[in-house]
Write a protein that binds this ligand. Structure first.
Ligand code: ADP
Length: 637
């Protein structure tokens, strides 16, 4: 029933209260309807269907036939008295008999404990039509609890799992409140009774015996329904202080101490073959049973209420694998296969698909890897070919440069030879003629002086030829401009950059912040610097790559602007140092030996000087020193 309106009225109520009152309200409405007369009219109708029939009600007699009759006969009589023309007969049954009776349909209705009901519901389709309301204030869904008791002086037994290795007494393995409820709690604490306890005794009813056994020390612990302790203490049979309830502070304790969660109270249930009309009548009649009626007093309950949910009992059975879920203990592979073969097939197909997918991905990865390594190889090959081509090109360029140098030298030599040939042959023939005439004794002093003059003239002519060539090679030193040597150094090193890379040398610059100008020709001074850089790089060809550094520094010193080029090469021996600036002095197989001699004449023509400092094996520093330029007039001086 929809109880939202109560919710609106009493917004502060908690869920449990709301449900409780909702059920109560449903009961009141049913009672009201029953009182108005539909009960009688329905009864009339039902009586037509089941007139003069004796209806059997199987009742679980867990404390013996006599006790069951004392407890329930008044309720049965109440039904017989209030439902016309139907006679109700009570059949007190134990658990085995109950199962037999339900199976053989020798009972029409049952009144039993929640555990037994859930079992019969699962196996034979029993369905609850009403639930006992134990005391007026409690929720019928939370009626049954159990207490796990020990003697108060057994201080070592504080928690449920402290019971490991101790003995336990309970009602019977099938007793719901008398064993199974506590069994579940024990398992939740990691304690398996049959495995971990030293002994389990099943003493049956009454449960008073279990309390006595615990008190006497016959067993270490006992399982009883809750409130029994309090009841016995009330009658003075025991003292509450002599017994302790384990785990009592975990669950909400509405009335008496308990060690377990709560389960619903006993249900009144119909079986599949029993009349729905009669079931409805019984439900209405039970719900209408007033509190304080002799039937309720004898049955130790307050009233009846609409049937509650027994899911918690199902959960317990499933967890313990007992009752309707006992099959879970001995399920064979065949059972599982029959039950879940569709799922197994689906999983199998899924796995096949997955394996195929993995295989496909693996295959793709392999193909792609092969393609990648193939293109990698191709790339490496192309790089090798490229490097070889570059190397070849470099060699060809070197070769070309060498040929160039050789041909220039050749041309120079042949030009010189050609120019000098004439005066030299003239000198030679004058000298020969002079010798003959002296031998023949025909030479006068005058003639000798004349020949001597002619030889001298030819020698001067040869000198003039060489001077002409030098003048041709040398630039005019007056055409100087004032330049900053820092810029000349920067431009020269920039021009040398590609060669530096080839030589694998690093060029570092340390340029003075302010450098006075010098008078020279930019191209010429750059030529000198490049020549020094190249010589330095050549000298470091055997130096480890990490140390191949050419340091270029500019600074001012005593009226001169200086450029120092320092390498860490092999250095120069004293013997070579003496000949360093001689034309055509070289120690290189492809060198011309003109670089330093030309550099010296360029620097000298600009009124500067070039110096070298070196020790064999310790690197070399060449220093160019150029006079500071103080204006055109001074320079001309
Ligand atoms: P080349 O180009 O033939 O080397 P150079 O006149 O420039 O002609 O140099 C003459 C010789 O001086 C070189 O062959 C080399 O032996 C020596 N030389 C020049 N610079 C250095 C240097 N920095 N370290 C060692 N030796 C050098």
């Amino acid at each position: 029933m929809d109880c939202n309106w109560t919710n609106r009225l009493t917004g502060s109520w908690n869920n449990r209260n709301r449900l409780f009152w909702c059920e109560k309200l449903s009961s009141v409405i049913l009672i009201f309807l029953t009182a108005l007369s539909p009960l009688n009219s329905t009864a009339d109708h039902a009586t037509q269907v089941i007139a003069n029939k004796t209806v059997s009600i199987g009742i679980l007699a867990f404390r013996g036939v006599e006790q069951a009759q004392n407890t329930w006969q008044p309720t049965i009589d109440y039904l017989s008295a209030n439902i016309d023309q139907v006679q109700f007969k009570m059949l007190p049954l134990d658990l085995t008999q109950m199962e037999q009776a339900v199976k053989s349909r020798s009972v029409d209705f049952i009144l039993t404990n929640p555990g037994n009901y859930v079992d019969l519901e699962y196996r034979f389709g029993a369905s609850r039509i009403a639930t006992i309301q134990n005391t007026h204030d409690t929720d019928p869904r939370s009626a049954i609890r159990s207490a796990l008791i020990v003697r108060a002086d057994r201080t070592e037994l504080q928690e449920i799992n402290d019971l490991a290795g101790n003995s336990l007494m309970a009602v019977s393995p099938e007793a719901f409140g008398g064993y199974q409820v506590i069994w579940r709690e024990m398992r939740r604490h990691g304690l398996e009774p049959e495995r971990d306890l030293s002994e389990i005794q099943f003493a049956g009813f009454p449960q008073d015996n279990i309390i006595k056994a615990v008190l006497s020390g016959e067993v270490d612990a006992g399982v009883i329904r809750n409130c029994l302790l309090e009841k016995m203490a009330g009658t003075g049979e025991i003292e509450l202080t002599s017994i302790r309830v384990l785990h009592a502070d975990t669950y909400e304790q509405p009335d008496c101490l308990a060690s377990s969660m709560a389960y619903p109270d006993w249900p009144f249930a119909k079986l599949t073959h029993s009349s729905d009309h009669l079931a409805k009548l019984i439900a209405q009649t039970l719900l209408a049973l007033p509190e304080g009626h002799p039937a309720t007093v004898a049955g130790h309950y307050a009233s009846w209420t609409i049937p509650v949910d027994y899911q918690t009992v199902h959960d317990l059975f499933r967890e313990l694998r007992i009752g309707p879920y006992e099959w879970m203990n001995h399920t064979t592979i065949r059972d599982i296969w029959e039950k879940y073969w569709q799922w197994a097939l689906l999983i199998f197909l899924g796995m096949i698909w997955w394996l195929w997918h993995v295989y496909r991905v693996e295959l793709l990865v392999r193909v792609r890897t092969a393609q990648l390594s193939e293109s990698n190889d191709r790339l490496k090959h192309e790089m090798r070919v490229r490097q070889q081509t570059e190397e070849k090109l470099r060699l060809q360029q070197d070769e070309l440069a060498h040929v160039d140098r050789v041909s220039i030298a050749g041309e120079l030599a042949s030009g010189l030879a050609h120019e000098l040939n004439q005066p030299l042959s003239a000198i030679s023939s004058y000298a020969q003629g002079c010798a003959w005439r002296l031998d023949a004794g025909k030479m006068t002093l005058e003639e000798f002086r004349d020949i001597n003059q002619r030889i001298s003239n030819q020698a001067e002519r040869a000198g003039a030829i060489i001077e002409r060539l030098r003048t041709f090679l040398r630039k005019d030193d007056t055409a100087c401009t004032d330049i900053n040597l820092n810029s000349a150094v920067q431009e020269a090193t920039a021009l040398f950059a590609s060669e530096a890379k080839k030589y694998r040398v690093i060029v570092t610059l340390e340029l003075a912040a302010k450098l006075p100008p010098v008078c020279t020709e930019n191209i010429q001074i750059q030529q000198v610097i490049i020549n020094l850089l190249r010589n330095g790089a050549d000298a470091m060809s055997n130096t480890p790559e990490a140390q191949r550094v050419l340091e270029v520094r500019t600074y001012t010193e005593q009226g001169y602007v200086c450029i120092a080029v320092k390498d860490s090469g092999e250095g120069i021996s004293d013997e070579h140092k003496a000949r360093l600036f001689d034309p055509f002095f070289t120690t290189k197989s492809e060198g011309m030996g003109l670089g330093l001699s030309l550099s010296q004449s360029i620097i000298a023509s600009n009124h500067g000087r070039i110096q070298v400092e070196s020790k064999h094996g310790q690197g070399t520093t060449f220093t160019i020193e150029m006079p500071i330029y103080r204006g055109a007039a001074e320079h001309d001086d």
